[in-house]
Structure formats: C-alpha cells, structure tokens
Design a protein around this ligand. Structure first.
Ligand SMILES: Nc1ncnc2c1ncn2[C@@H]1O[C@H](COP(=O)(O)OP(=O)(O)O)[C@@H](O)[C@H]1O
Ligand SMILES: [Mg+2]
Length: 230
C-alpha cells in the first residue's frame, strides 16, 4: 500500500533521514520504534507533505506523493494524528473531531461521530467539553478520532502512547485493532517498544536517520531483548 524508497530528508545541513526504505502492506499495523531524534516524525511528516523530500520516493497505492501537492494528499485517504496530540484547546471535543470531516454533511458527520464514540466512549460523555481541559489520554483519543473522521485508508499515528498511563494505552490499542479489523492500514511511531509491539503486525527500528532492523513483531521482540530500545 505504502512504499517509501531511499528517502532522504534534510533540514538545512542536518540529515534527518538517510536513505530510509519501508513498506507498509495493506491492512497491516506497522510500527517505527526509535529513540528521540531517530527520524520517526520526519518520516511521517514527509508522507503527509509537511517536510520536503530531498531524495527518494513515497508511493501510495501507485501514486507518487512527491508529485502531488500537500493539499491534495488529503484526498489520498491519509489520516494523521500528530506527535504531542495537538488538539484545538478552545474548541469542543465534537468540533475537534469533526474538523477532520468538514467535507461531510450534517448527517454524515453525526454518523461518523457515533461510530467513533463506540470506540472512544469519552467522545459521547465529553462531546461539549473544551478539549483543552481534557487529560492527556483523552486528548490523544480526540486527536486519533479527528484523524479517523474522514475515514482514511491509511492512518498515521505519531507517538500515540507518549506520556500516557497504561489504562489509556490499552484503550488506544483496542481502537487501533478495531481500525485494522475494518481494513485501515496503520503506520505508527513509538519510543516505547513494549506496548507498540502488542498492537503492531510488523515494524522497523530506527536510529539516527536510518533503519537499524526490520521484522515481524516476534522477531523484533526477541532482538529487542538484547538491545536498549525495549
Ligand atoms: N524542523 C527541524 N529543523 C531542524 N532539525 C530538525 C527539525 N525537525 C527535526 N530535526 C532534527 O532531525 C532529526 C530527526 O528528528 P525527528 O524526525 O523529530 O525524530 P523523532 O521523531 O524520531 O524524535 C533530529 O536530529 C532533529 O533534531
Ligand atoms: Mg517525533
């Protein structure tokens, strides 16, 4: 579904990604594990067009994303939840979530909101609360629900577990599994390998701008035991 080939991303003189190649097969959940600064966000942001590509290609379902404008990438069926769960603090939970579904009519928006509230009951309970007053875990759910509100086929989650208590990680993991069951392909990043390996099907370990290793979750789990990223 998603093919990243020999991707190079530079910020001025800094090379953040040095010839990175990954494959995200349809309906799988792939994790990028790596410490702070490994280049995980740069990869995600290159896919959505937020950072320019210096070299290499990103092909989604046969379309070379480097050849279309960032604005048009929204039409490619990509949903994105940013690192640090940037919700709009002075907007309600409902408005935050539906900001991702502005193309739908009222009935469509209500339907998608109800569907997402089945996965995240807090969307129902806190629909009219300002997002800025929510806990970190709840804000993360709002950010993920917003990314899912346009019914993307590819969901990009940048560090969805960062700083969250296990109870929230469990709920978010459950939702990610439910998305996969519906046929959504997921690419997520994490610094913490343990919870991410429980939800993913395969993954990559990144270090300072390159892929250190790749494999199924079982393969990564066994090698991770010997290395510091677990
Ligand atoms: N906007 C930027 N300008 C300059 N350097 C950046 C910028 N964003 C990231 N970097 C650098 O690129 C490298 C990779 O960062 P990033 O992709 O954010 O890694 P991660 O998400 O794995 O923490 C780091 O060395 C970081 O300092
Ligand atoms: Mg990051």
């Amino acid at each position: 579904m998603l093919e990243v080939r020999n991707l190079v991303v530079r910020y001025g003189g800094i090379t953040a990604l040095n010839s990175v190649s990954i494959t995200v097969p349809k309906t799988e959940t792939v994790i990028l594990v790596g410490a702070n600064g490994a280049g995980k966000s740069s990869l995600i942001n290159a896919i959505i067009g937020m950072v320019p590509i210096s070299e290499g290609s990103i092909v989604l379902n046969g379309t070379d994303l480097g050849k279309i404008l960032p604005y048009d990438r929204a039409n490619q069926g990509i949903g994105y939840s940013p690192e640090g769960r940037r919700v709009f603090p002075t907007m309600t939970v409902r408005d935050n979530v539906l900001a991702g579904a502005s193309r739908l009519g009222r009935a469509g928006q209500s339907a998608i909101y109800e569907k997402l509230a089945d996965l995240f009951p807090m969307l129902e309970e806190r629909a009219n609360h300002y997002a800025g007053f929510l806990s970190g875990g709840q804000q993360q759910m709002v950010a993920i629900a917003r990314a899912m509100s346009a019914s993307p086929r590819l969901l990009l989650l940048d560090e969805p577990f960062l700083g969250l208590a296990p109870v929230w990680i469990e709920q978010i993991s459950k939702a990610i599994r439910a998305f996969r069951a519906e046929g959504v392909t997921v690419l997520m990043t994490e610094q913490m390998a343990v919870p991410a390996l429980k939800v993913a099907t395969s993954g990559y370990v990144m270090r300072t701008g390159h892929i250190l290793r790749q494999g199924t979750v079982d393969e990564l789990r066994s090698t991770a035991l010997e290395e510091e990223y677990l």
